[in-house]
Structures are given as structure tokens and as C-alpha cells.
Design a protein around this ligand. Sequence first.
Ligand code: SF4
Ligand code: MG
Length: 336
Amino acid sequence: GRPLLEVNDLKKHFPIKAGFFGGKTGNVYAVDGVTFHINKGETLSLVGESGCGKSTVGKTLLRLYNPTDGQVVLDGQRIDDLSEGKLRPVRRRIGVVFQDPFSSLNPRMRVRDLLAEPIRNYGLAKNGADLQARLDKLMDTVRLPRDAVNRFPHEFSGGQRQRICIARALAGEPELIICDEAVSALDVSVKAQIVNLLQDLQKDLGLALLFISHDLAIVEHMTHRVAVMYLGKIVEIAPKRSLFAAPKHPYTEALLSAVPVPSPGQARKRIILKGDVPSPIKPPKGCRFHTRCPYAFDRCRVDEPRLQQTSPEHWSACHLHDLPAAENPLARDTVL
Ligand code: SF4
Ligand code: MG
């Protein structure tokens, strides 16, 4: 069937005000032409270093930002150009969990009201008894005691607070949840519990997840497919196993080289990238990664690589793919 979410050439540019940047105006090219899809019940992870634009993708899908260009299609309906009034029924279908459960929950509201607010906003509860039944069910779903709805956010631990955020994200009965570094601030053991909860919810409720994270070890544990972003663009997108076993893009190879592996015998050679990520105000010409790529050659400095299919469902944007296999250091076999 058709994907639940289709994102086509999405762009989000933030204008810079005159005077801020040497008196000239310009743009921050935070998201600069991103295309992907998410199937029903699937997890797609969006990975990359901080500042690569992955959070901006999430916020633009949620219409917390209006896109500069491109299309977003949810279940066959374009949502990128909907007016605020027409967005309400769409907002119900996409939940979100952010990194910081402290700042995402209003400290003056009891959990009951934090959860009742979206249920009321979306007009889901038929009456008081239905509202209560929905609150009970949400607390059961995130495995918190039902009577905890009478407490305030500060009375919970960080992990419990993130469960409340997940319950709030579920209140509208969404089909997709965007998790933006949703477990990054949690302790290791709590992190594992929340990841397991998200996986169970996905199975039980048939949810799709967009899992935005810089933590590739967790991504490997829980995702179906992975999209790797660098400076506002997706440079590689592939099923998890194919990407982790045989990355096709030099940036992905470098990112993966830093992920700890369970047995030392399988350790990857660590690739240390030179320099910092260039500014998204003036991204490098040609391949945006050429200033740091260990394999860059002349063409990379002038010609922008497009995503090309290297095996079924595996796409990568790199000029190495046009060289004979013997000259491409990443031309190893894809594992399916
Ligand atoms: Fe490196 Fe060139 Fe490939 Fe870019 S196109 S990732 S610079 S080899
Ligand atoms: Mg971020």
C-alpha cells in the first residue's frame, strides 16, 4: 500500500536579518531538499550530528515551522500547505515526544489536565466517563499507576515524566509519533525501558515512528530503516541491516566507525573526520561533505551528488558510485 508519510524535496530556510551577518542578508539552509517516506507501523530513524537539520525536519512535519518548499503527504493528503484551521484534525494524527520532559510538561498542571487537554482539543471524549476511561487507558499504556494522574510533573522521575510525555503524544490516537532525541537525556537503564516501551507501543498500536537521534547504538537496536543527514540533506537511506553492515556513503562510514560494537573482534577502524561541520549559512559547493571527506576528489568540489540506488531500498549520494568498483573503497557487498 501507499506509505503513511511521504516527504518530497522538503526545504526549510531561515532568513537571516540584515545586520546580523556582516550587514548582508542570507539564509540558514537548515533543511535543503529532503525526500523520504515512512510506512505504516514502521520506524525510520533520522541520524546525524547536531545541527544537521534533523530536528528541523521533525518540526516542519509538525508544522511548528512552515516549510519553505516541498510537499508533505500524510495518508494521501497534502498537509504542508494547510491553513491552521484545517491542520487540527491532522495534528491529532502525528504525536511528538521531545528530549526534555521537564520543559515539555507545564509544571502547574496535574497529569490529568496535561492528558485531558489534547483529548478535549481534538474533541475525542464523548462525556466525563469516556474522558476518565481514556485517561485510565493512557496510564495503563505507558505503565504508570492510574491514580498518578492526580500528581504534578515534578513528583515524577525523569523516566516517568517521559512516560507522561508519551501518554500525551498518544492522547490523540496518532498513527505517527515523532521522537526527537526522546531518550537522549535519560540514564542508561531508564533509556532502555523507554525504548522498549516505544517498541511495544509500535507493535501493539501499529504506530509509525520517526526516531530522530544522534545515538546510533540505540538506532541500531530499534529501527527498521535509517536516513543519514549532513548539512540539511539526506546522504544515505537504507534498511538498518544493510546500512550498518555495509554503509555506502563516506559520512555514514565515519559515523558508524564511532559506534561501540559488542565484540572487539568486530571493531571497525575509527575514522576521525577533520574539521567541523561547515556553516549551513554557506554550505560548501559540490558535495557538502567534501571539506571533510577522506575520499574527496576533483569532481566532489564542483558537482553535487544525487541520491542513487546502490541496491534494493539502499540509496546513497556520492560520486564514488560512478567509479569502477575497484576504485570505490565503499563498494563492498550489501547485506540483505
Ligand atoms: Fe566524499 Fe566525494 Fe562522495 Fe562527497 S561525493 S562523500 S566528497 S567521495
Ligand atoms: Mg536536534
